[in-house]
Design a protein around this ligand. Structure first.
Ligand SMILES: Cc1cc2nc3c(=O)[nH]c(=O)nc-3n(C[C@H](O)[C@H](O)[C@H](O)COP(=O)(O)OP(=O)(O)OC[C@H]3O[C@@H](n4cnc5c(N)ncnc54)[C@H](O)[C@@H]3O)c2cc1C
Length: 370
């Protein structure tokens, strides 16, 4: 069994940014938490908690309503139900999953972008890199993201065709054709996230705030261009503050991906010079102004700042019906938060869909999973 991931490590949108030169710097630049809203919980939840990969979230959560009304304890869809966080970074969720699967049984390849797919009706799946190099061959393929199967890759990356659609054209699998048609109808919301790191002497004022995570209601999002702020304490007294933009702000600044993100390497054209600094400055100013009632004279210039743009941060409903996620004729499975069902668009949905797919794969191809 092999895993191919373009990021430097496992985690995806529930990953953490880490820096080789600064081992204590861990920033959850995507999802800061995981919330379970439906019952029963995903079967993987308890083993992840027991293994110490996750723990219950206990920090105060609030909602910013309108311009500056703070409602402590109010949650929206991303904060309802039972809340959990990764222990020492959200990427520990994925590390825990790999551990539970038996890391040694999985050949793990990071920093490797799968650019195209090939398959003949009888042959194996073939995964290829951007330069056409064969990465691997496999009997079964599980896609946990939509990039290779959704037309946004044409718009975003200038590709001529959707890689999975190209393969499907030669397979005569009606279910796969249906999958591609449904996926093509899914729209995504983007997010542009600003990450700031504060030294210990600057971090105290952040930790003294009455919340560690604040969501913005619809009118606050419109007013500030922000959707969320999270304050993450680091082991050495520093803290990071991550400001998630609103969907509208991200849509207006889609050309700026963040020069240190994996997506930057894939783009056909580099962004216009100075654009990233402009976006950072705009988000910084929004943070400064919206927090003014609690943090007067906030100086954000001194904080080191980075940008991360999530082009497909959240799939919008209805998603891919779960009856279609397993395509036995093509020996293909799909899982992730884009599968319709409880937890859709969140980690909960990604976990539930993976469990559902695993059961079906196990029935159909026990040897491939053993
Ligand atoms: C800013 C932000 C805030 C969020 N907040 C929350 C929250 O509070 N609670 C919550 O539950 N959820 C939240 N989410 C959503 C949550 O992160 C996702 O639902 C979840 O991570 C989806 O997991 P996944 O495995 O389906 O997809 P992903 O995490 O996207 O994983 C897919 C992986 O496939 C890799 N990949 C894709 N294509 C290729 C390719 N061609 N070659 C190699 N690798 C490839 C990607 O790099 C990625 O690592 C948030 C998301 C964002 C962006």
């Amino acid at each position: 069994m092999s895993l191919w991931e373009t990021g430097r490590g496992a985690g995806g949108r529930a990953g953490s940014r880490r820096t080789r030169s600064d081992g204590l710097l861990v920033i959850d630049h995507g999802a800061p938490l995981l919330n379970i809203t439906a019952s029963p919980s995903p079967a993987l939840l308890d083993p992840l908690l027991e293994g110490g990969w996750l723990s219950p979230w206990s920090a105060p959560v609030a909602m910013l309503e309108g311009e500056s009304r703070l409602n402590i304890g109010r949650a929206d869809a991303l904060g309802m139900g039972r809340l959990f966080r990764g222990n020492d970074g959200m990427d520990q969720l994925s590390q825990g999953l790999l551990h539970l699967a038996g890391d040694a049984r999985i050949e793990q390849h990071y920093g490797t972008f799968v650019r195209s797919l090939e398959r003949s009706p009888e042959g194996p799946w073939r995964l290829l890199a951007a330069d056409g190099t064969l990465l691997t061959e496999a009997d079964w393929l599980v896609l946990t993201g939509t990039l290779l199967a959704h037309p946004r890759s044409q718009l975003l990356l200038g590709w001529q065709e959707v890689p999975l659609a190209r393969v499907a054209a030669g397979l005569a699998d009606l279910q796969l054709d249906h999958v591609l048609a449904c996926l093509a109808g899914i729209r995504f919301e983007a997010r542009t996230n600003l990450m700031m790191v504060f030294e210990p002497h600057q971090a105290d004022i952040w930790r003294a705030l009455p919340f560690a995570l604040v969501n913005f209601d619809a009118s606050a999002q419109q007013r500030w261009g922000l959707r969320r702020l999270t304050i993450q304490s680091l082991a050495d007294g520093r803290c990071s503050v991550v400001a998630h933009s609103s969907a509208a702000f991200a849509a207006d600044h889609l050309d700026v991906v963040g020069s240190r993100s994996a997506a930057a390497r894939l783009l056909p054209h580099p962004p216009e010079e100075g654009r990233e600094e402009q976006v950072i400055a705009a988000l910084r100013e929004a943070v400064r102004q919206c927090l003014a009632p609690w943090l007067a004279d906030l100086d954000l210039q001194a904080a080191s700042s980075q940008l991360m743009r999530w082009g497909a941060a959240f799939p919008l409903a209805p998603g891919l019906p779960s009856e279609l996620m397993f395509c036995p004729q093509s020996r293909l499975g799909l899982c992730g938060d884009f599968i319709a069902g409880p937890g859709f668009g969140r980690i909960e949905g990604a976990l539930r869909s993976a469990e559902l797919l695993a059961e079906q794969l196990w029935q159909a191809a026990p040897k491939s999973l053993a």
